[in-house]
Design a protein around this ligand. Structure first.
Ligand code: SF4
Length: 675
């Protein structure tokens, strides 16, 4: 018997209309845990290195995490993986809510989709009965509207639905997959779902999930729940309100947005408004938020309430959490009321709340600069809010200028030309980032921005404070009960970190300390993404309830496969290295590992080179960011080493960080750029 996981995947070929229930190899669980790890292995094994994102060969995998559906609090993430039309690299995006636990209870760990359906269809998974059904009546419908229609049509009010809106159908490069209480938004995974002709996956599951050692497992769950309660009553002092508690930043509860509105950029990630926040704004925004927020809501098996249902008069109710209430507001230099209003339409269309507002602000900048003209925007209203709604409608339909903008700022700038590339200043590997522009280089963030395979800073960071505490006393107080650290050296790193002087950015944390901190942060994310744990209870907040000291117990008692800290750390390293290998095989190299060009005003090329060199060394990569044969063998990834060697990618790449000679670089250029 398999524990925590079901041991079965659903394999669906949308071209042929076939559905198979396939038993999985338990060795893969030992190597890669589950979720992101096993999905990455499937992409490595089965998708050709030069497969186009929009092609029959590309796979779209909906995965549960290894602990999803168990009693482990907050283990509910659906991990969606594929190859991104926007970055052309591997995309992985996660959503909370109830979908993954429902799939586990239906008896499957993953749904693996290949091929493309000639007609729009949806997949209906009802325990053992699985059908591909016609979805032509859902064409053009919103993602939330689709979910409601399908629940009614199937007479299954408790079914969980993951659906795309118009943006996914029209293959907008930053289309999301929505599922009522959450969305998987990054990397254009909704566009791949649209390309496959799949409007939705509906799941109903009523089976049990087995646990190897239930009493031990439940004790660990109780420990996590007790800690969550304790932390609720003891927020961390000396950090911004949203960082002082657990969960996804509690923005549906918290009204104080001074930190975001004065630290983050407005418009196309351009302007900092240090004096924006005031008592009047706070009172106005409090009223706006409380008027539209009908209920705070949770995900499956979680005591936190990070999301809220939002009901704007005259519009259908939708769900929102986190920073998305501000992305449209700030990109349009507008007001919170506008943010709540446009987010409803954007959720129905199914678009990424980080990329979309920036693309629209970028378009308006091009208009202002004369690169685009009024002729490109026929009938666009004069007011900025009207303009944002107008642009959103054009983008999701790929109408007029909306067609270029639907490819994101990087590709749109290339298509528009006439100097538009200069206005694409906030992307990494062709994907829009949080609108942050800062003064002094931060070495830890430099590494995370440059090297993270997620290409999304908010889902790479966490655990270590974002800024030093001003006084020694505050630092000492912080480290006193910091038991989550994997090694006591991290406490010393924090104790020595000062806001000014020798021990401040950019020279401190030192190169070695920065690499250690990044390593810890990213490993925790890789563990979460394999287990399906919400980052809001683990890798993202300070002092979380899940950490490297209790995770091995959860995995061991849950699955019956014994892990200790070292072997769990190694599994996370293996998964991280595998993702790098996947992207390297598609042509990614050191030259691609860089933050947005103007992210920091003060840059230090020598220090940045040292940081990258040391990080690569620590990770077992060569100077070009390619995993070495030795490190791959050490991580039991001999098949990866062999493949990269056969292609001439390892063994011949030089250590100085230069590109391998032409012809040995696996058509890297062709893969990373659109023909
Ligand atoms: S912490 Fe928040 S986002 Fe995470 S599972 Fe719980 S309710 Fe969902």
């Amino acid at each position: 018997m398999r524990y925590a996981e079901t041991g079965f995947d659903l394999e669906v070929d949308l071209s042929r209309g076939s559905i198979d229930r396939v038993e999985t190899d338990p060795e893969m669980t030992k190597l890669h845990l589950g979720g992101l790890g096993t999905s990455a292995r499937i992409l490595w094994d089965r998708v050709p290195a030069d497969a186009e994102p929009f092609s029959d060969d590309n796979l779209l995998i909906f995965s549960t995490g290894l602990l999803c559906g168990t009693a482990a609090p907050g283990c509910n993430r659906t991990i969606v993986t594929t190859f991104s039309p926007q970055t052309r690299l591997m995309a992985y995006s996660m959503m909370g809510g109830f979908w993954a636990p429902e799939l586990k209870h239906a008896g499957y760990d993953k749904v693996i989709l290949r091929g493309r359906s000639p007609d729009l269809v949806y997949l209906w998974i009802n325990n053992d009965k699985v059908e591909i059904r016609d979805a032509s009546h859902l064409r053009g419908k919103g993602a939330i509207e689709t979910a409601e229609c399908l629940r009614k049509e199937l007479k299954e009010p408790n079914a969980q639905v993951a659906a795309i809106g118009l943006a996914g159908e029209n293959r907008v490069f930053y289309a999301s997959i929505e599922q009522g209480r959450s969305s998987a938004s990054r990397g254009g995974i909704g566009a791949v779902m649209g390309d496959k002709g799949l409007k939705a996956i509906v799941v109903r599951g009523t089976k049990d999930v087995n646990i190897a050692r239930p009493a031990e497992f439940m004790d660990l769950c109780k420990g996590v729940l007790d800690y969550i309660k304790w932390r609720e009553d003891h927020p961390i002092p000396g950090v911004p309100a949203i960082l002082s508690v657990l969960g996804s930043p509690q923005e549906m509860k918290i009204v104080d947005e001074e930190w975001h509105t004065t630290s983050f950029m407005w418009g196309n990630a351009r302007t900092r408004r240090r004096d924006f926040w005031s008592h009047e704004i706070e009172e106005k925004w409090r009223k706006t938020q409380e008027d539209v927020r009908t209920r705070l809501i949770s995900c499956y098996n979680c005591p936190m309430k990070c999301g809220a249902t939002i009901s704007v008069p005259g519009q259908p109710t939708y769900m929102m959490k986190c920073y998305s209430k501000l992305t449209y507001t700030m990109a349009a230099y507008s007001d919170l009321e506008f943010g709540f209003r446009i987010a409803q339409r954007a959720t129905e269309y199914g678009v990424d709340g980080f990329s979309t507002p920036q693309v629209m602000a970028f378009a308006l900048e091009l208009l202002e600069a004369g690169i685009l003209t009024d002729a490109d925007f026929p009938g666009m209203p004069a007011d900025v809010e009207g303009r944002f709604f107008w642009l959103l409608d054009r983008i999701v339909r790929r109408e007029g200028i909306g067609d270029a903008l639907a490819d994101g700022t990087y590709w749109a700038a290339k298509r528009i030309g006439k100097g538009a590339e200069k206005f694409d200043h906030n992307t990494i590997k062709k994907q829009e980032q949080l609108p942050l522009k800062l003064g002094m280089l931060n070495p830890v963030y430099y590494l995370m921005y440059s090297t993270g395979e997620k290409i999304n800073i908010t889902q790479i960071e966490g655990q270590f404070p974002q800024a030093p505490f001003p006084t020694k006393e505050e630092r000492e107080a912080f480290v006193k009960d910091w038991f989550q650290v994997p090694d006591p050296k991290f406490k010393q790193y924090l104790l020595d970190w000062e806001p000014r002087g020798e021990n401040s950015n950019p020279l401190y944390p030192s190169v070695e300390a920065s690499c250690d901190i990044v390593d810890w942060q990213e490993k925790m994310h890789y563990i979460d993404d394999a287990l399906g744990t919400c980052a809001g209870l683990s890798s993202f907040p300070l002092k979380p309830p899940y950490h490297i000291h209790n995770f091995p117990g959860f995995v061991s008692a849950g699955t019956g496969i014994d892990f200790d800290e070292a072997s769990l750390w190694k599994a996370a390293t293996r998964n991280r290295t595998l993702l790098r290998a996947i992207n390297v095989r598609r042509g990614m190299r050191r030259a691609d590992d860089k933050p947005p060009e103007d992210h920091w005003k003060k840059r230090f090329p020598d220090l940045e080179k040292k940081l990258l060199d040391e990080y690569y060394k620590m990770k077992g990569f060569d100077g070009n960011g390619i995993p070495t044969k030795e490190s791959l063998l050490d991580l039991d990834l001999a098949c990866v080493a062999e493949d990269l060697e056969q292609r001439g990618i390892i063994g011949k790449a030089n250590a100085a960080g230069e590109k391998a000679p032409a012809g040995e670089d696996l058509k890297g250029k062709e893969v990373l750029s659109h023909a």
